[in-house]
Write a protein that binds this ligand. Structure first.
Ligand SMILES: [Zn+2]
Length: 444
């Protein structure tokens, strides 16, 4: 190994423990380490040895070495690896191979410009430390494109590995808007996401985003389920979804044996949306305009989105004042209480108790004089089977879907948007646990 004077170990193809400690690549020796003002430069090589032509096997003529510059895992400074790569020539004029250069896949893939371990490091940073390609590229002292070109094929390989779908027994489906641009150039604004909601032995859910496909439609979900194959579909016992008919008919058609369950997260959101609608309508009819600063109903907008159990005394007082400011505001309060009843069904510690509360919602909301609440009641009655199934499938709590949505939001903000849908998919799968990095990926 090495300092400015070179490796003191004999040049041998045996692993050198000291060089291995520095570079971590067996058989690659460190010749020099130079600390410059902006970067650390490490010169490495493999010892000379007899080499056969890869095509005909004839012993090749050594043609000396040439330097290839690689970017390695940075420390305080970027690290550049100067690899003194060996070159050969096949002496057989009939062979056609001609000159060829040394390859060392443990160090770098052919034509790669980042070391294998730098690629693995970068993927780990993206996955676990919410890093961005731009930030990592800066630390590596490479262009954004250079880093992405090195990372992308590894993520594609991981995403293409069907074994990551094995042992999924509980499947969620959800959609989000991924761009607000032009549909003609970027395709549909919505993406349908499949989420693994399977419990571990201890009953905990470690949600993973399994995939993202363009569009929000029955077809998007059916096609994805078809691609996964019979074995995968037969293994799904519970299929969670938001109240969207397209997904439901995909489940009925493709997952005959699965129980469809309305995702608690989405149902609670419907309740919150109803309160918002009633507040806006009452606001408009009492004041003749949309919410303005100082309007009592606008002031309690956030309080109305919270759960009653989370309100402080001060918030309760504000809520009461705003409701009492005008008789017409009573309607907003009733809608809020309805949303609270809906939440309470999911929050009940006992599933039988929760189911009782859910049935009460089903039996009362649709006759409510507040039209928005009645409409929600009719929706829930249409979905009553999937709504009540939550309480018989051992509850699928809100956390997982929300957590995945949160990660997607975070990474979108960090990257300041994505132009390319395939890149977006790979990055979101990595961030939200859909790609299995253990054991570490083999960089092609
Ligand atoms: Zn040859």
């Amino acid at each position: 190994m090495s300092n400015a004077t070179g490796c003191v170990g004999a040049p041998t193809i045996e692993p050198c423990p000291r060089c291995d400690a520095l570079l971590g690549v067996e058989g690659v020796h460190v010749e020099r380490v130079e600390r410059g003002p902006t970067r650390l430069t490490v010169t490495v090589s493999t010892p000379s040895q007899v080499m056969g032509c890869p095509a005909c096997g004839v012993v090749a003529e050594a043609r000396g070495r040439r330097v290839r510059v690689l970017h390695d895992v940075p420390g305080e400074q970027p690290v550049v690896v100067r690899w003194r790569q060996r070159t050969w020539r096949c002496p057989d004029p009939g062979c056609g191979v001609g000159a060829f250069v040394e390859q060392h896949r443990a160090l770098v893939r052919p034509r790669g410009s980042l070391t294998r371990r730098a690629v693995i490091w970068a993927i780990g940073q993206l996955r676990h430390d919410h890093a961005t390609i731009a930030g990592l590229a800066r630390r590596l002292a490479v262009a954004w494109k250079t880093l992405w070109r090195a990372v992308r094929p590894v993520l594609e390989d991981l995403a293409g590995d069907e074994s990551r779908f094995a042992s999924v027994t509980s499947l969620g489906v959800d959609e989000h808007v991924w761009h607000h641009g032009d549909r003609r150039t970027k395709g549909p604004k919505e993406l349908t996401g499949m989420v693994d909601l399977t419990r571990d032995g201890g009953g905990r859910v470690h949600a993973r985003l399994l995939d993202l496909v363009p569009g929000r439609s029955k077809k998007a979900y059916v096609d994805w389920l078809t691609e996964r194959g019979e074995g995968f579909r037969a293994g799904i016992g519970v299929a969670a979804l938001d109240p969207f008919g397209g997904y439901k008919s995909a489940i009925d058609e493709q997952l005959e044996d699965a129980t469809a369950v309305l995702d608690a997260f989405h149902v609670v959101k419907l309740g919150t949306a109803v309160v918002d609608e009633v507040r806006r309508r009452v606001q408009q009819t009492t004041t003749g305009h949309r919410g303005r600063k100082g309007d009592p109903l606008l002031g309690i907008q956030t309080i109305l989105r919270a759960g009653a159990e989370n309100l402080t005394d001060k918030q309760w007082a504000r809520l009461t004042r705003a409701i009492e400011a005008n008789e017409a505001h009573e309607e907003v309060f009733v809608a809020w209480q309805c949303a609270q009843d809906l939440r309470a069904a999911y929050r009940a510690a006992d599933l039988a108790e929760g189911r009782k509360r859910a049935e009460k919602v089903l039996n009362s909301f649709h006759t409510c004089p507040i039209p928005e609440v009645a409409r929600l009641g009719r929706t829930l009655r249409r979905w009553s089977g999937a709504f009540l199934a939550y309480f018989t499938t051992g509850r699928q709590n809100n956390g997982p879907t929300e957590a995945i949505n949160g990660l997607i939001e975070l990474h979108r903000r960090l990257a300041r948007g994505y132009r390319n849908r395939d890149n977006y998919r790979l990055r979101m799968l990595l961030a939200a646990g859909g790609l299995d990095l253990k054991p570490p990926p083999d960089v092609p």
